[in-house]
Design a protein around this ligand. Structure first.
Ligand code: ZN
Ligand code: ZN
Length: 485
């Protein structure tokens, strides 16, 4: 479309107003009423071709709106012709555009029977979820006066068929979070210049401590409505308005096992080693990510344990070319930024791709733990999750972060943990941030409803985890407008 201003609904309405299909005497909102659908276009409520659907193809009067569009008119092996696929029946003559006569045989294709008296037509509907079809089949000799809709016609009519899409969740993994962090990690946190007081102080960064007590990780409920104080109604219910059915390959969260944790850390380090030159780094990656030690996933607090900058330099040696750059007693800012970038984009990606089997699992994967990497505990840069390649996302932060949400006076977090999981899953489904009066990075206004109309969980707007209209349309498969180049 020339202009996408105002979103797909306005674009389609404008197109309809400028070049109305069907009965042009029906105007305005009446054109979108289901009872008028057959006068306008039997596909009247389906997605327009300009937005990825099949409505608006051809002409409504000569069957070119359906022939070759929602019914195939091309020969296919195993159906209309012999080929590598052998049909179990005698070949079906190819369907062709019917000859419309006013309201008779419109929106139709016709097919002759084979010598067994069988005919077949291949239905190729729009793949846009929510699109609807109702089919009528009727028979008669080529000279028939019948058109299937008259009283006594030899016909069969289907119910209304609705297109649904499916989304699958393959794995939901929780890395345990113990009240007693690994002693080696805690020791570095207690050393200068960090001087964290104790285990609680260490775990506080991960949002796992509330009023001096350890509260651990939050409860994430993707498959069921939250009971009790939950404000999230479940992923299936949030996706349902997009005609998208969510299926779970496992009932609840599994706990990350030690052997898989070890493999994931190893891949993270290997991917970081392979990618560090892109960050102008030349580090001893195994020393940085503490690969000379096995960690218990339950006491590591993070996905990727790291030596502190001070301890790393001690390990590689003061004269090593691989040591981290310091400005005086403080880690050099550019070096810190580069290591953070390496950890986020390469090491975490490698970690996750072990869990998603290189993205080959049939569904999405969500991995929940305290934080991503140790430097978030020591040097800040805490975030509540990140979506990565290979069809998976991380979800981070403990129970305090999420119970301290906007529904509680003084609470700051914009949604609960389940909603935040949904936010990260939205990213894996290629949704960018929306605009909120917060700080969501890289927001794209054209991909979401204005926040004043509908808060979207893809923004950092305070909400119960719902998606805005445009995001739901994207999940339906619509070609939601892209921002101007
Ligand atoms: Zn985000
Ligand atoms: Zn949105």
């Amino acid at each position: 479309m020339a202009s996408a201003a105002g979103g797909p609904k306005k674009s389609v309405e404008a197109e309809e107003a400028g070049d109305p299909t069907g009965d042009a005497s029906i105007t305005g909102a009446d054109r979108f009423k289901p009872e008028n659908a057959h006068k306008i276009d039997p596909q009247g409520i389906n997605a327009h071709k300009s937005r990825g659907g099949k409505r608006g193809e051809g002409s409504l009067t000569d069957c070119s709106d359906v022939a070759g569009v929602v019914f195939s008119t091309k020969k296919m092996d195993g159906f209309n012709q012999d080929g590598p696929r052998k049909p179990p029946h005698k070949l079906y003559p190819l369907a062709e555009k019917a000859k419309a006569d006013a309201h008779k045989h419109v929106h139709a294709v016709r097919a002759l029977t084979n010598e067994d008296g069988e005919a077949g037509v291949i239905f190729t509907p729009s793949r846009m979820s929510g699109d609807r079809y109702r089919l009528r089949a009727y028979i008669g000799p080529p000279t028939t006066a019948g058109h299937g809709a008259e009283v006594g016609a030899t016909q069969v009519t289907t119910g209304t068929l609705v297109i649904w899409r499916n989304l699958r969740f393959s794995r939901m993994i929780k890395q345990g979070l113990s009240a007693t962090p690994d002693a080696k990690l805690l020791k570095e946190g207690q050393a200068k210049p960090y001087e964290l007081a104790d285990a609680l102080d260490y775990l506080d960064t991960a949002g796992a401590v509330d009023a001096g007590a350890f509260v651990g990780l939050s409860t994430v409920r993707l498959d069921d409505p939250d009971p009790g104080n939950g404000i999230f109604s479940s992923v299936p219910l949030h996706f349902a308005p997009a005609f998208l059915e969510v299926e779970f390959d496992q009932a609840g969260f599994e706990t990350l096992a030690a052997d898989e944790y070890k493999k994931a850390r190893r891949q993270g380090a290997d991917d970081a080693a392979a990618g560090q030159s892109k960050f102008a780094l030349n580090l001893d990656i195994d020393a940085l990510y503490w690969m000379d030690q096995d960690f218990d996933p339950g006491t590591a607090v993070v996905c990727l344990p790291m030596r502190s900058p001070e301890s790393y330099n001690k390990k590689v040696g003061i004269f090593s070319s691989k040591k981290l750059k310091f400005a005086g007693k403080v880690l050099d800012d550019d070096t810190k930024t580069a290591v953070v970038g390496l950890s986020r984009s390469r090491a975490l990606n490698g970690f996750l791709r072990v869990l998603t089997k290189d993205g080959a699992l049939p569904g999405l994967t969500l991995m929940y733990s305290g934080l991503g990497y140790t430097w978030q505990v020591l040097l800040g840069g805490r975030i509540s999750g990140i979506a990565k390649d290979y069809r998976g996302a991380f979800l981070w932060c403990g129970n305090r972060t999420y119970t301290n949400n906007w529904t509680i006076p003084g609470g700051f977090f914009p949604y609960d943990c389940s909603s935040n999981g949904s936010h990260e899953l939205g990213h894996i489904m290629f949704q960018p941030h929306g605009f909120a009066p917060g700080t969501a990075g890289g927001p794209i206004a054209a991909r979401h409803d204005p926040e004043s109309d509908h808060i979207c969980v893809m923004s950092y707007g305070k909400c119960n985890g719902m998606f805005c209209g445009l995001t739901l349309l994207a999940f339906r498969g619509w070609d939601v407008p892209q921002p101007p180049a």
